[in-house]
Design a protein around this ligand. Sequence first.
Ligand code: FAD
Length: 389
Amino acid sequence: MARPMGALGVVPTALLRLLITALLKEVGDPRYDRPHDLAPDYDFIIVGGGSAGSVMAARLAEEAGWRVLLLEAGAKQPVESRVPALNFLLFQGDADWNYRSQPQQHALKAYKDNSIPYPRGRGAGGSSSINSMVYVRGNRRDYDQWEQLGNPGWGYNSVLKYFKKSEDFRGGVSQESDGYHGFGGPQTVENKKWNSTVAEAFVKAGQQLGYPEVDPNGPEQIGFSIIDITARNGRRWSTGDGYLRPAALKNTNLHVVLKAHVLKILFDEDKNAVGVSFEQKGKVRTVKALKEVVLSAGAIGSPQLLLLSGVGPADHLHQHGIPVVADVAGVGQNLQDHPAVGGLVWTVGNRPSSVNFLSFFNPKNIHDFIHHAKGFQNNTWTDHITKPN
Ligand SMILES: Cc1cc2nc3c(=O)[nH]c(=O)nc-3n(C[C@H](O)[C@H](O)[C@H](O)COP(=O)(O)OP(=O)(O)OC[C@H]3O[C@@H](n4cnc5c(N)ncnc54)[C@H](O)[C@@H]3O)c2cc1C
């Protein structure tokens, strides 16, 4: 995804950041960043405080007798991440690892070096703090196939109860999707708040083509729908918000250290993971795990850390002078992702209907967002479009 504004966007972006910071009140993170009272060992060490790591930390810390350490390379969630439409401001900044794709021979020809930025979240909440917030669990058949491939407990009927347990659904539930949503869990999910006349027109057009309006997380997923998003009262609700922060505030047995970059997983002679070494403020420290090291550093960070720790294809490790702990084929390979194209403009009638950057500065939109958690699409560019019948 390319940064949409280029150099001209720098000044407005900085202004917008200031404005949002001034207007939105951040909840404090009193138990984060306490490197000074780091213990020499913990029962569990979690590497990475993103979508998965935040949940792991919160759930493990529910066991009062266990001491849990979470090490996260990035900082706390930036305030502008609260505004769903502003996630692109966070790309190529401190909350992003700033990766770039490999140069492509047959693609990305409009980009310098045939390569594009590849955003990955860095900080409390990880990618759930910078992502596009679309809440869709995936298709039942994928889960069932994973189970059939020899992974008991991954079938859809098994995982559905955990989706429901985690969810705090604040949208309408139709009769068909009754039984597919959870209420009161840590992960708030909303819909319809960010609706626009264009989105409604798409759903209506789908119906005219014979497709039903479906709940994207309900029993039937072929159809059209307004998306569900991971938000609470119109603001982003990352796993850092839903799981990590409340757990760190509540549980004295959970120690969260931010800006702690894990360098290596340490193994004993029997190849058990027994600790990690990490770097913070230029100092390398070692900490031991009495039970387990949980690796939740993301689709790029996790295999990278395994390779740096000597777990991966032996040939590849030799090439980089890394002593082999375990010769495991496939580590660091088979990355799958979906490309995204920004900047599409839909024209409805005679005018473009997509978001214009200046809409962010419209005082009415800012007021509506702060006080009514509403998106600007409801009241600016799409005003002229007739609502579908
Ligand atoms: C721009 C963007 C848009 C997206 N949009 C959507 C969407 O709309 N809907 C959807 O379902 N999914 C979306 N995704 C994908 C989704 O956010 C990710 O699949 C999910 O967050 C991955 O969770 P994770 O826990 O595996 O990794 P992450 O959430 O990325 O967490 C990994 C964490 O580990 C930390 N870490 C990495 N290496 C180290 C290290 N060596 N030491 C310490 N910490 C480390 C990172 O800083 C990070 O915080 C999007 C992703 C991006 C980047």
